[in-house]
Design a binder for this molecule. Sequence first.
Ligand SMILES: N[C@@H](CCC(=O)N[C@@H](CS)C(=O)NCC(=O)O)C(=O)O
Length: 205
Amino acid sequence: MKIYYSPYSPYVRKVLVAAQELGLADRIEQLPSAAHPINRDKTIIAHNPLGQVPTFLRDDGTVLADSRVICEYLDDLAGGTLFPRSGEQRWRALVDQTVGDGILAAALLSRYEVAVRPPEKLWQDWYDGQMDKVETSIAAIEKAAPTLGERIDIGTISFGCAFGYLDLRFPDNGWRTRHPQSAAWYARFEKRPSMQATRHPAPVG
Ligand SMILES: N[C@@H](CCC(=O)N[C@@H](CS)C(=O)NCC(=O)O)C(=O)O
């Protein structure tokens, strides 16, 4: 199995954390790539019209796109429990994944607004709206944080990758001060070997 990969992509990290938790990480070859919304990577597009990472190649060559789909595939392959099969646990895990991914989507759009868009075209209200989405979503996690315990599923993995990405790209955000229960939960969660093995490198430039 192969994955088009960027060490800075939180969605790639989701897949790699899931693979680590499922004992599949050693079976996935990481292919370097340069996904970018403007300078689009033709190598990825040849497999996935969206040109995004993660893009995943199964052993038979078929392609899976989107971290949600890839994580569910890996869970199925390993007979795992990252996607609970039924009942309240399932809906909780899936909704939590939606919130974690939503934080990532808003944070990534904010990141592109400052890192990709020419400075004279920066739309501050747009940026602020996206970062407010991050904030209201963490506020929701904060309410649930005392109930998360040692839960390991696609929801908590998404939360962990969202907090990791905020620390990478928005180190001055200060979310821990405003959301201490989430901070306490993440302090435990990020110690997991799966999170340690997939840490983002320090940003360049
Ligand atoms: N919903 C997708 C989002 C993937 C995504 O936005 N990846 C970013 C990198 S973190 C990307 O490829 N950006 C380039 C682009 O959107 O053109 C997933 O969960 O995998």
